[in-house]
Design a protein around this ligand. Structure first.
Ligand SMILES: [Zn+2]
Ligand SMILES: [Zn+2]
Ligand SMILES: [Zn+2]
Length: 581
């Protein structure tokens, strides 16, 4: 039993060489020659628990993205290509179909005939939409689903009103100001900002000022790994409900914060950051901001930012998980188990919110904000980037695995609270508060909603973990990846007859350079006879990678890299992740 397991060794070696441990297998058919071959694509997982090499590669790209965007001196310009005539034709066809679909409703005809024609039109629309999706168009032309119900319009009063803040027209500028130093150099300062939720009750904490450990509110001095850290000093009075609701709505509050900040600052502030969990299990966010803003303004905006949840009130549960309302077939509704009276339907509960004295069910706010100035190209800047991206390859819950009994209990109490709060209009938990969920149907079990909000892995936060504003670096992650490949290719030029020995990268550029439509791809199944076993494929990939790396190193030695400054080399090495092995 002491001998290492073969499977583990294979995985370990794959991880060490940055080879994907669960590659996708594609069958590529050359439409010119008819030759079919099996090619592999890295799985591209962002979580290390799924595939460490892919997640790590993703994290490095994020680091590169943040680094390139942070201190941009000029506006990132993205000039989208002109759409081709084929795309314009498709959009034109789609426009006519949309017109016909609407016109159909006004033409007198038998309902059956109308339904038949509608189905016919919809089938054509699906076809055109599919063709559009396969075209060079980015994003979707129309919303995913056609809403069959009219959208509820909120009265203006119900709008999320702008808080009491300076309101300036937002300039298109996205780069920070530059300052001339005494030595004639230009300084381009920027910031690192941390946004934290307000307190839900005092928790055991560890803080130091120099060598001095500051006493916790409980009177003790906790070490940095104390079992109690992050847990409430008084669990009975800790506000788990607010902790849970703040976590659920944190993503929206962040959105509001950026909107408010841009309006108050008067320019198009850009950011790149990540959300992670604090020890007390509340989400908080670190952001790199391009340019600087007065600290006073940041604080003012944070204090004034809120997100109102316009849902029916869910302050007081009417039913319990043990004795929930029951489905009544005759009334097609959930009813009180005793009186058989139906609960308030969702639409009627929403109507009540239109009353003048209606209040939002919840208002989520931000708590503290910490801001630090960062200078371009410093050690501090590099450290800040690592800090922001530290946990992006981990699940939110994974980074704060409770270690002690006290921490476990804290985790469980928060999770228990999350499991009975409503996560969305269709959540089964509405039944507990005497409201029929939107689109109620039989089989809803309160406390058992499968929504992501209620899961232990999310602890309420279901928004995006990595948040990068649109004009950060002017590039998508795929663009950064392509940059790296282009650079490696340039180094290898002349040294490799066949750049396809990579085994992980270039091979999968989906027919680039050979005409975009030359190859046809389809997913191959692992049990297909022409697909070698996973272990064989990983072994080959490891070998290919080792050789490729040796060739690359040789190429780099041969090429005179002295022209490239030392810092650039270092940056590139870290960014592409092929150093160190
Ligand atoms: Zn992978
Ligand atoms: Zn304490
Ligand atoms: Zn739910």
């Amino acid at each position: 039993m002491r001998k290492p397991l073969a499977r583990d060794v294979l995985r370990q070696l794959a991880e060490q060489h940055g080879v994907c441990v669960r590659p996708l297998v594609l069958r590529r058919t050359d439409t010119v020659t008819g030759v079919t071959e099996i090619v592999e694509v890295p799985c591209g997982a962002t979580l290390a628990a799924k595939c460490k090499p892919c997640a790590e590669r993703g994290r490095r790209l994020r680091i590169q993205q943040i680094r390139e965007g942070w201190h941009l001196a000029e506006e990132p310009t993205v000039r989208p290509e002109k759409p081709g005539e084929d795309v314009l034709d498709l959009v034109r066809a789609r426009a006519h179909l949309e017109f016909d679909r609407e016109a159909l409703h006004y033409r007198p005809m038998h309902p059956d005939e109308r339904a038949a024609r509608l189905a016919d039109l919809d089938a054509q629309i699906v076809e055109v939409d599919e063709a559009l999706a396969a075209s060079s168009l980015r994003g979707r032309l129309t919303p995913r689903d056609r809403a069959d119900r009219p959208r509820r319009r909120r009265s203006t009063r119900r709008r999320q009103d702008t808080p009491d803040l300076p309101r300036l027209p937002v300039d298109r500028r996205t780069v920070g100001r530059a300052y001339a130093g005494r030595d004639g150099r230009t300084y381009r300062p920027s910031m690192l900002v941390t946004l934290t939720l307000g307190s839900h009750g005092p928790v055991h904490s560890h803080a130091r000022r120099g060598a001095y450990v500051v006493p916790c509110e409980c009177g003790q001095r906790h070490g940095p790994h104390d079992d109690l850290l992050g847990t409430p000093i008084d669990p009975a009075s800790y506000d788990y409900r607010r902790a849970a609701l703040d976590a659920i709505h944190f993503a929206r509050v962040l959105d509001r914060w950026w909107q408010n900040l841009r309006r108050a600052a008067g320019w198009n502030v850009q950011y790149a950051g990540a959300v992670e969990l604090q020890r007390r299990l509340a989400p908080h966010a670190h952001f790199a901001i391009r340019g600087t803003l007065p600290r006073r303004l940041l604080k003012q905006v944070a204090a004034a930012t809120y997100h109102q949840v316009w849902w029916p009130s869910f302050d007081d549960p009417v039913y319990t998980v043990d004795k929930p309302p029951v489905w009544d077939v005759d009334q097609q509704a959930y009813v009180d188990p005793q009186t058989r009276q139906p609960l308030t339907p969702w639409t009627r509960a929403l109507d009540a919110l239109e009353q003048p004295d209606a209040r939002p069910a919840y208002v989520a706010r931000l708590g503290r904000i910490d801001a630090r100035g960062i200078a371009q190209g410093t050690r501090d800047a590099e450290r800040a980037i690592r800090y922001v991206t530290k946990y992006v390859t981990k699940d939110l819950g994974e980074q704060v695995r409770p270690g002690s009994e006290a921490q476990k209990a804290h985790f469980d109490r928060l999770h228990a609270e999350l499991s009975v709060l409503p996560c969305s209009p269709t959540c089964a938990n509405w039944l507990l508060y005497g409201v029929q969920p939107d689109g109620a149907k039989p089989g809803l079990v309160p406390g058992r909603c499968t929504g992501k909000v209620h899961q232990r892995a999310t602890l309420g936060f279901t928004g995006r973990r990595v948040l990068v504003s649109r004009q950060w670096s002017g590039k998508t992650l795929a663009d950064h990846r392509a940059d790296n490949r282009a650079w490696i290719r340039a180094i290898l030029a002349g040294h490799l007859a066949d750049t396809h020995t990579d085994g992980q990268g270039d091979k999968h550029d989906h027919g680039q350079g050979a005409g975009d439509n030359r190859y046809r791809f389809e997913l191959a199944r692992p049990e297909d006879p022409d697909v070698p076993p996973l272990e064989h494929r990983i072994l080959r990939a490891i070998s290919a990678r080792i050789r490729w790396r040796a060739q690359l190193d040789a190429a780099r030695r041969a090429a005179d890299l002295s022209a490239v400054s030392a810092t650039t080399t270092l940056t590139r090495k870290e960014a592409t992740g092929w150093s160190g092995c």
